[in-house]
Design a protein around this ligand. Structure first.
Ligand code: GRF
Length: 193
């Protein structure tokens, strides 16, 4: 086993959480390495970020595969090659199937911008604003076969002010995410040692 925990970050979009993880590693706050970025959207911004850091990437288009099992088998192969310890989902916009779940059970986590079990799935921020709740927040949880249903690891609330815009809430939630995700990953790594 390598000295440092090897992470696979799965992302589909901007990659601000990827950035936060990378920053925490560089600042010595997270004792890990990003071994590979897995991205299901060719052209996503996060790919460029990983490439700038010389992190290996596996970018694929699900449409090029017949089934989820097919592309997940390919992902699993790539992860085995770089000896991944933890899968960290950071804005990976699809449900993980049994191929990866069985290989990385208890070693796969996700971050979600609500206090689960409230507002799972797409547009958690819009759902919270629509419901008129006064508090939302961020959840980090283990991944299971459901949509944001796995066992909760960490949560942090964020107050929703009276005239808060969607952008304002998103910004506050992301600030929390960028602090909470690296910190929680570090705790899990330490607990597993
Ligand atoms: C984050 O808000 C995360 O909670 C959700 O997807 C978003 C990803 O954002 N699962 P980014 O790509 O890390 O900026």
């Amino acid at each position: 086993m390598k000295d440092k925990a090897q992470l696979a970050v799965f992302a589909s979009g901007t990659g601000s959480n990827y950035d936060a993880i990378d920053r925490a590693i560089k600042q010595g706050e997270l004792d890990a390495e990003v071994a590979i970025l897995v991205c299901d959207r060719p052209g996503a911004q996060v790919i460029e970020k990983a490439e700038q850091n010389k992190v290996a990437t596996f970018v694929f288009n699900p449409k090029d595969y017949q089934t989820k099992t097919d592309f997940e088998a390919e992902i699993a192969k790539q992860l085995r090659e770089v000896k991944v310890d933890w899968i960290v989902l950071a804005g990976y916009m699809r449900l993980v199937g049994p191929t990866l779940l069985s290989a990385y059970q208890g070693k796969m986590i996700n971050i979600h911008p609500s206090l689960l079990p409230a507002f799972p799935g797409l547009d958690a921020i819009g759902q919270a604003l629509q419901a008129g709740v006064k508090v939302s927040g961020v959840t980090i949880h283990y991944v299971d076969q459901g949509m944001d249903t796995g066992k909760i690891i960490a949560q942090q609330p964020v107050k929703i002010e009276e005239d808060m815009t969607r952008e304002g809430l998103q910004c506050k939630l992301q600030e929390v995410e960028h602090m909470l995700y690296p910190k929680t990953i570090q705790q899990l790594i330490k607990e597993g040692e």
